[in-house]
Design a protein around this ligand. Structure first.
Ligand code: ADP
Ligand code: MG
Length: 825
């Protein structure tokens, strides 16, 4: 802003605030509107598709102006944040006085990662802000959901540190990342960070020193320093946006090691559709399938569990025991779940209170929830009672809320009538005065009617003029001399009298006094709630846990899940397992299947079978059941025994991964490399049609080389489920005792032109044929093409031979040549 420009005082004030928050769009409260001026006005007019007007800026000049009504703010904020803008909100700090500039200041910066308004958030999922710091070759990650107070930090050192931190970022999927990286890393990491879809922000100008925190057993000193740094960056950012106090606004920080959880690579999370689906049906995820939670707190916790299954057997067993307790007592389970259904989102309410932004209805929801906690504690099964009863006593707070807040408060404090008059003597007096004044008004009306003899005389209220005596045109001649004419209407005249003026003053004085009193009393109440925020979050945690455990028990009861048996030996044994999501969404019967992976032999399953036979489903099912078992859930099977798994890797062939736009073959190889580097004896690999994304020879060669590499790890080899359409690989059993061939059968349906009927049943041995041509026929490929394909297939068929690759190569070269003339399936 150039020196010579002289703005009106209000614009001076606006641009003064704007200078302090240049990164944000500034919306300033003016009466019933939030307004922006100058460039910001142009920006929001465009972004929100609202009118751009102008305002007298002093000295005869004009400045652009745009505004939104205050009651619609949330919707507009939502649009701005979705477009990745950040917004500074300035409020009026004093009640407005005519002809005087109101004090205003920025009270909050709204950014994607620091939202607390439920209208801007999805109740069932977290919204994380993350900070990444790097110190030499150590990476630290700190993140927080400001709306729930959850905060965590971790660090990665050594070889894969960079990959690890990116993988962890992908897991928590923050909506905003503060990247505190040295210049050398910034450019290289930029695209990886962008790929998370988060808003990327540089650390705030001028780091704020945040209060020292108790770091951290089990971390090296470099890691501890890096984590402290990441937490400082995170805290400074929150402090700047919330204009509040960084970590005082979060609960205790959870320092964790990612190796304390079952590692799921991004491909696994995606292909197993743990929390997001790749298909059309949003319910077709593991989270949605298991989420019978009664509260949002429970849904969010279940989401956290699914994305970070446990590896500590005792911890898993503890959760299983809790589920079992509920399973064994259906009546109690139902009663608890009924009560939980009445609980509101305690976490988000507590956090809003902490930021002093909780509205009257939030506190009414809090009151309702606290009222439920007592009966809840009484009916929780004794084995689980500790979690709920150990939480602090909220009797006093519940009492305060009950005494202070009316039963059904209005949405906004300013509307008045939020606080019970009985709660405060002065307030009671004000309310009584207003009631008195109103009856005085009716009395006055009655008296004036008698005095003037005008039957139609009314005392009316108009917001611009206040109270007035309204008289019809026809009666105007009968108006007494002491009436002062105030306004002429088409139908009549409005008058005031000294007595009416006096009454009006009494009413408005009582009203503004009531408003001030209510504001003060509400502020005090909010203060008391904020003072208990930590306790409330602890109680929320207990409720969420109860809810999740109850939901898992409900799943088990409704769907016949069983309790998996865990042990420390590596291996998996599942009898009649089912795919939890598919069995829920499939209309027809789901065919159960067994799975056995043994410690020494038989830990590499090569699965062949026709297209559409159910290979991919079988692989995903294995992964899902392991994850369910390790979050403490029961599983859809007749029985399951599981040696706790440390990682699940998934590699799905390019053909099944059309959604991702990357060079799929390259991605495939990059992921395969990652798998080969990091798997252990306790890892589970799900490899589905690897090598499909390239020519047949390359594909087969790579698939076989990967098999051989994994098998060569011998006693250190991970457990592998390898689905492939390369039947040649079945010969691997000749050399490697770890390998077992399985296939999925189909029978020809002679009644329907030899079309295959899939049994979806996984059986020992390799399959004799792929039915690819029959599937092509069913899919409607022209008959001539199908016939020709059959000819070629017949010519090519012979015993597969992987020992000497020369005949195989010749055969495949022929196949490749043939493919050039044939449309590919
Ligand atoms: P593949 O990977 O062998 O081509 P999929 O696993 O994609 O086959 O399964 C194809 C379809 O077959 C699935 O969409 C599902 O409808 C059905 N299906 C698979 N497994 C089963 C099963 N065990 N029971 C019932 N239907 C199944
Ligand atoms: Mg498949």
């Amino acid at each position: 802003m150039s020196e010579s420009v002289k703005y009106s005082p209000m614009l001076e004030q606006y641009f003064g605030m704007k200078e302090r928050y240049p990164e944000a769009i500034l919306l300033s409260r003016v009466g019933d509107f939030y307004e922006a001026y100058g460039e910001d006005a142009q920006t929001i007019a465009q972004a929100l598709q609202i009118a751009l007007t102008s305002k007298e800026s002093g000295g005869g000049r004009k400045v652009a102006m745009a505004g939104v009504p205050h009651h619609a703010l949330a919707g507009y904020l939502h649009k701005l944040v979705a477009q990745r803008f950040i917004v500074a909100l300035a409020e009026q700090l004093d009640p407005p006085v005519p002809n005087k500039l109101v004090r205003r200041d920025v009270v909050r910066i709204v950014t994607p990662g620091t939202l607390i308004e439920e209208q801007l958030l999805d109740g069932k999922s977290h919204n994380y802000l993350a900070a990444v710091s790097a110190l030499d070759d150590v990476f630290a990650l700190a993140y927080a959901d400001v709306s729930t107070g959850h905060a965590a930090a971790t660090a990665f050192g050594g070889d894969g540190a960079y990959d690890d931190v990116l993988a962890e970022l992908a897991r928590i999927a923050p909506s905003e990342i503060v990247a505190d990286l040295p210049p050398s890393l910034r450019a290289a990491t930029a695209s990886a960070l962008e790929a998370t879809g988060a808003r990327i922000t540089a650390p705030s100008i001028g780091l704020v020193e945040v209060r020292q925190r108790d770091v951290t057993d089990g971390f090296s000193s470099d890691e501890a320093v890096a984590m402290r740094r990441a937490l400082d960056v995170l805290g400074a950012f929150i402090k700047r946006t919330a204009i509040a106090s960084g970590f005082e606004s979060l609960r205790a920080i959870d320092y964790y090691r990612h190796r304390n959880f079952l590692a799921l690579d991004p491909a696994t999370r995606k292909h197993l559709e743990l929390v997001h689906t790749q298909g059309q049906n949003p319910r077709a995820t593991l989270l949605a399938t298991l989420d019978l939670c009664a509260t949002s707190m429970g849904s969010r916790m279940l989401g956290r569990w699914i994305l970070a299954p446990l590896v500590d057997r005792n911890a898993i067993v503890e959760r299983q025991n809790a589920v079992q307790t509920f399973l064994d007592e259906p009546a109690r389970r139902e009663a608890v779940r009924d009560l939980l259904a009445g609980c509101f989102d305690l976490e988000r309410i507590a956090q809003k209170a902490r930021f002093r932004r909780a509205l009257p209805r939030d506190l009414a929801s809090l009151r309702r929830t606290l009222e439920i906690m007592r009966p809840l504690a009484q009916i929780v099964p004794p084995a689980l009672a500790a979690t709920v009863t150990q939480t602090a006593d909220f009797g006093e707070l519940a009492g305060d809320l009950a005494r202070t807040l009316v039963d059904e408060p209005p949405a906004q404090l300013a509307e008045g009538g939020v606080i019970r008059p009985e709660a405060d003597a002065e307030l009671a007096e004000c309310v009584a005065l207003r009631t008195d004044a109103r009856s005085s008004l009716s009395a006055l009306e009655e008296r004036e009617r008698e005095r003037t003899g005008i039957k139609s005389l009314r005392i009316k209220y108009a917001s611009a003029f206040g109270y007035a005596i309204e008289i019809n045109k026809a009666q105007a001649a009968n108006v007494p001399a002491d009436y002062v004419r105030k306004q002429t209407l088409t139908t009549g005249e409005r008058y005031i009298t000294p007595e009416l003026k006096e009454l009006e003053l009494a009413i408005s004085t009582a009203q503004s006094r009531q408003q001030r009193l209510e504001e003060r009393l509400y502020g005090e109440l909010l203060e008391r709630v904020a003072g208990r925020a930590d306790d409330l979050l602890a109680a929320a945690e207990a409720i969420a846990r109860l809810d999740v455990v109850g939901a898992l028990a409900q799943c088990a009861a409704e769907r016949g899940y069983v309790r998996p048996e865990l042990d420390d030996e590596s291996g998996v044994s599942i009898e009649e397992g089912r795919h939890p999501v598919m069995e829920a969404v499939l209309h027809s019967h789901f065919v159960p299947n067994d799975l056995r992976l043994e410690p020494e032999r038989h830990r590499f399953i090569l699965l062949t079978g026709p297209n559409m036979g159910g290979k991919s489903t079988y692989l995903r099912q294995a992964g899902l059941l392991a994850i369910m078992a390790q979050i403490g859930s029961y599983v859809p099977a007749r029985s399951m025994r599981l040696g706790v798994i440390d990682r699940i890797f998934t590699r799905i062939g390019a053909g099944d991964d059309l959604a991702s736009g990357q060079s799929t073959f390259y991605m495939e190889m990059a992921e395969a490399a990652n798998i080969l580097r990091r798997s252990t004896r306790r890892s589970l690999l799900l490899i589905d049609e690897v090598g499909r994304g390239t020519g047949t020879i390359d594909g087969l060669s790579i698939a076989q080389a990967i098999c051989e590499y994994l098998l060569g790890l011998d006693t250190q080899a991970p457990m592998v489920l390898f689905a492939t359409h390369f039947h040649e690989l079945c010969a691997l059993t000749d050399h490697w005792p770890l390998v077992a061939n399985y296939h999925i059968t189909a029978v020809e349906n002679t009644a329907r032109d030899g079309a295959p009927v899939f049994s979806h049943r996984v059986q020992p041995g390799s399959s004799s044929r792929s039915f690819g041509i029959e599937v092509a026929r069913m899919a409607g490929l022209p008959a001539a093409v199908v016939e020709r394909a059959q000819e070629i297939a017949d010519a090519l068929s012979g015993q597969p031979d992987v020992e000497t690759t020369a005949p195989l190569r010749r055969r495949l070269q022929k196949a490749n040549a043939a493919q050039e003339q044939l449309p590919l399936l």
